[in-house]
Design a protein around this ligand. Structure first.
Ligand code: NAD
Length: 494
């Protein structure tokens, strides 16, 4: 147990198959607390036999009572899962903070409550799910009636990232179960705990064994690859890096299985001189530094109308320097560490690149000087640059750290062109008090999600996903139900 953890023992993660926690597989991997680097667990890595066991359990569950449940029954079970998460809130919170190092101030407001909310929203959705019907004319005059039947896809492979582990996993598991599927989840190797803990909640809520399964392990030549190429998996939903999405798409091509992808981003914020400055600074600071910059929707490119540029950069600097790094279990901490030493090396390589390319470092640029056990954690300074050319890799590639580059623009057209000059297309934040401008710009930015005068304000019924290399398909509300069900047409000659 770590010295910094006041809340109790971290949860020991294992596979969860057919309603039981099991170990076994091909070796094991370490789970470390990013804030101190301490080893908090050793997790078994699934081999092909373990993955096959999980997929077989899921297929069997679909043939059992779960396959015959009504929407009302499934909605009731999902609400019990949501209640179960809230009942064991502190356990989920500790497990998530220990796995990720994110501050409790964030996880207690975002990750854990959203994990529960995902089950409630999709319990609501499934009760109002409908499918179309058409009457048609026939030559004999009697006519025919067509209607669509919605059926579950079958076994869904759910491959998850480490940045918002419970939130993003339940965002897929909840609608999949609402629609009557069974799932096999592959959590990130960095964050194995909350997926395993959710297995206990599923049992308590009365979810039949085999409906929710978890296999732990890595990606290539490990649990991720074994799961995505398993022929018993009928559809794959994945959140993670664009390059990983390409690999999973190749695996899904065998057997022509559908995919739903939420991938990387290099998101822009457009700050117009007519914005409410306090709100724009506050929103931009959150969008750059929340979760130590490890949010797919986060801002790494900030474009500011030229006459506001010096003042905005100065305000961002002050706000960034006010962020408080420290023990994640301390409620006053606002900045956690990065997920791992490996990820810190990657982010630092961009810090170094920005320096070499002649960026002006407005603040940060290195490793903070933390004392005691925290000195061994994967901490990094929040960093702001200006002055790089738009061709720089620092501006073009997703860094996934607490950093942004700020550049001036002179016209609305230029702002839109700068925002769109990216292979990614996930999110944009527009800050302006000019309503007409807000509508004009929102219609032109090539992204799946546009916020005006806000950031990460989420109505879970809305379509969520990315354009260009940021994803395939949309999740959220009825859009999730589209992926997790298949429509079959029934034509009745009258
Ligand atoms: P990642 O792609 O490295 O890993 C994600 C998952 O895929 C992990 O569970 C990993 O083990 C698995 N994996 C890796 N290679 C695999 C393979 N060949 N076959 C099967 N599975 C494999 O992503 P990450 O580093 O965990 O997460 C960060 C990335 O996720 C960032 O790019 C971020 O933008 C993106 N992300 C996107 C969204 C979104 O909604 N668009 C949300 C969160 C994170």
């Amino acid at each position: 147990m770590t010295k910094l953890d006041p809340a109790g023992k971290p949860f020991a993660a294992a596979h969860f198959i057919d309603g039981r926690a099991i170990s076994g597989g091909k070796g094991a991997f370490e789970n470390r607390y990013p804030a101190t680097g301490e080893l908090i667990g050793t997790v078994p890595a699934a081999d092909e036999a373990i993955v096959d066991q999980a997929v077989t359990a899921a297929r069997k569950a679909l043939k059992g009572p779960w396959g015959k449940t009504s929407e009302q029954e499934r909605a009731a079970v999902l609400r019990k899962v949501a209640d179960g998460i809230m009942r064991r809130f502190d356990e989920f919170l500790t497990a998530e903070v220990m796995d990720t190092g994110k501050p409790v101030s964030l996880a207690s407001h975002l990750d854990i409550p959203r994990g529960a909310a995902n089950f409630n929203i999709f319990a609501d959705q499934v009760l109002t799910l409908s499918a179309e019907s058409f009457r048609m004319a026939t030559p004999d005059g009697a006519g025919a009636l067509n209607y669509a039947l919605r059926v579950p896809r079958g076994v869904i492979g759910v491959v998850c990232p480490w940045n918002l582990p419970l939130l993003l996993m339940t965002w897929k598991v909840a609608p999949a179960l609402a629609c009557g599927n069974a799932v096999v989840v592959k959590p990130s190797e960095e964050t194995p705990s909350t997926a395993a803990l959710l297995g206990e909640v599923m049992n308590e809520a009365g979810v039949p064994p085999g409906v929710y399964n978890v296999v732990q392990g890595l990606g290539p030549d490990s649990a991720g690859e074994f799961l995505t190429r398993h022929p018993g998996v009928n559809g794959i939903t994945f959140t993670g890096e664009t390059r990983t999405g390409e690999a999973i798409m190749k695996a899904a091509a065998t057997g022509v299985r559908p995919v739903s992808f939420e991938l990387g981003g290099k998101n822009a914020a457009l700050i117009f001189a007519d914005c409410d400055l306090d709100k724009a600074v506050e929103g931009t600071i959150r969008s750059v530094f929340a979760n130590c910059g490890q949010v797919c929707l986060g801002t790494e490119r900030v474009y500011v109308e030229r006459k506001l540029f010096p003042e905005f950069v100065a305000r961002l600097k002050t706000a960034a320097e006010a962020l408080r790094a420290g023990n994640p279990f301390d409620k006053a901490t606002t900045l956690g560490p990065l997920i791992s030493q490996e990820h810190r090396s990657k982010v630092l390589s961009y810090y170094e690149r920005a320096r070499k390319e002649g960026a002006e470092i407005v603040t940060g640029g290195g490793i903070p000087n933390l004392k005691g056990p925290l000195a061994q954690g994967s901490w990094i300074e929040p960093t702001i640059w200006t002055g790089l050319p738009e061709t720089s890799a620092v501006i073009r590639e997703e860094i996934f750290g607490p950093c942004c580059h700020v550049a001036p623009f002179d016209s609305e057209e230029e702002a839109v062109a700068l925002a769109n000059d990216s292979p990614y297309g996930l999110a944009t934040a527009i800050w302006t008090t000019n309503l007409a401008r807000a509508h004009r710009v929102a219609a032109q930015v090539e992204v799946g999600i546009t916020w005006v005068n806000s950031w990460f304000l989420r109505d879970l019924r809305t379509p969520f996903g990315g354009s260009k290399q940021s994803g395939i398909g949309r999740e959220g509300g009825v859009h999730s139900m589209e992926f997790y069900t298949e429509l079959r047409n029934v034509c009745i000659k009258l």
